[in-house]
Design a protein around this ligand. Structure first.
Ligand code: AHR
Length: 330
């Protein structure tokens, strides 16, 4: 951020003190990256929190990529609270950062603060999670996964796994944070695929807040309340890993007595998959940093950037996990 302080003292009087703000959204000379040596782009980033292995890897990717790109990163951890994210965004606006990026804790309730950023001429990039506001002019781009597609991939694996079998399949579901895009979309995508066959029944579905602790606690209650559980679908690896502890404590074998599908493919999840404790993982990549920094530079230069940047992802079986585990970076 470029700050120029001009002080003119005439006849012992302080006449003028001017602080010129940073370059903004291409509507102000320099657009934040031309000129003096300290004229770095400043990015204000509001992160969801540190709820999962995925999130930790995502934070690392953003911090390392900003440093590598020479971008001055103002990083704020919202600790899972939307109100903290709104405060952070308002503070970035006051500080006149060049670009704001954030991963929204929940989908709704962003209109007012994003309008404030727009009015201040500061471009916003959504990272990892979408918002449900129909006004797409509130942000320049959304970079991240297709969570509905992830849920569908989980459902498609299940359909194939039980192909030709007619007995009822009782499924329990550990949902992510209520109101978060990955929780809403992974649930919807999965339900959309399995509804084609009446043998699939979601007998219990509850939030595990994307954390290992809550995943374990909720799975314990499922095991007590449900007489027969065939499958666990967890919206992320961490909840699945917590649930594995509960299943083992109940004297059952995860991956055999109860089949397990998760999303993310972080190292701990992939290790459990390679050991046969998880049966299938849908990948969701947290390594969004390099692409985000590229978009930040472009938008700061006044270039038009794509409204949607989709992350490329795959799926993993235990065999495939064994092949790639040693090289897994996160
Ligand atoms: O938004 C991405 C999701 O958030 C990840 O799948 C989950 O692990 C994280 O907490």
């Amino acid at each position: 951020m470029l700050k120029r302080l001009s002080i003119a003292v005439v006849g012992g009087l302080l006449l003028a003190t001017t602080v010129a703000g940073c370059g903004g959204n291409g509507d102000d000379a320099g657009s934040g990256s031309g000129g003096g040596g300290d004229d770095k782009i400043t990015l204000g980033f509001s992160q969801v929190g540190a709820e999962s292995g995925w999130r930790t890897a995502n934070t690392k990717s953003i911090q390392e990529s900003a440093a590598a790109a020479g971008i001055d990163l103002k990083f704020s951890d919202a600790q899972g609270k939307q109100e903290n994210q709104i405060k952070a965004i308002r503070s970035f606006i006051t500080q006149r950062v060049d670009v704001i990026a954030f991963s929204p804790v929940v989908e709704s309730g962003w209109g007012t603060v994003l309008k404030e950023a727009k009015d201040a001429g500061i471009p916003v990039i959504l990272t990892d999670r979408a918002i449900d506001d129909p006004d797409t002019s509130l942000y320049k781009s959304f970079i991240g996964s297709d969570f509905v597609e992830e849920g569908k991939k989980a459902g498609q694996w299940l359909v194939k796994e039980y192909e030709g079998k007619n007995d009822p399949v009782n499924i329990v579901e550990l949902q992510g944070t209520p109101g978060a895009a990955p929780a809403n979309d992974r649930k919807a995508g999965f339900a959309d695929v399995i509804k084609a066959e009446s043998k699939f029944k979601v007998v219990a579905s509850q939030t595990g807040q994307f954390t290992r602790t809550d995943g374990k606690a909720v799975m314990e209650t499922f095991l007590k309340s449900q007489p027969k559980i065939d499958v666990l679908y967890a919206h992320n690896d961490d909840m699945g890993l917590g649930a594995i502890e509960a299943i083992e404590a109940a004297g059952k074998k995860p991956g055999k007595d109860i089949k397990i599908i998760t999303v993310d493919a972080v190292k701990d999840g992939m290790t459990a998959l390679s050991e046969g404790k998880i049966n299938f993982i849908v990948e969701c990549s947290p390594l969004l940093g390099p692409q985000l920094m590229d978009l930040v530079k472009k938008v700061n230069d006044g270039q038009t950037i794509p409204q949607r940047v989709l992350t490329e992802e795959t799926t993993f079986t235990p065999e495939k996990a064994k092949e790639v585990l040693a090289d897994r970076k996160y």
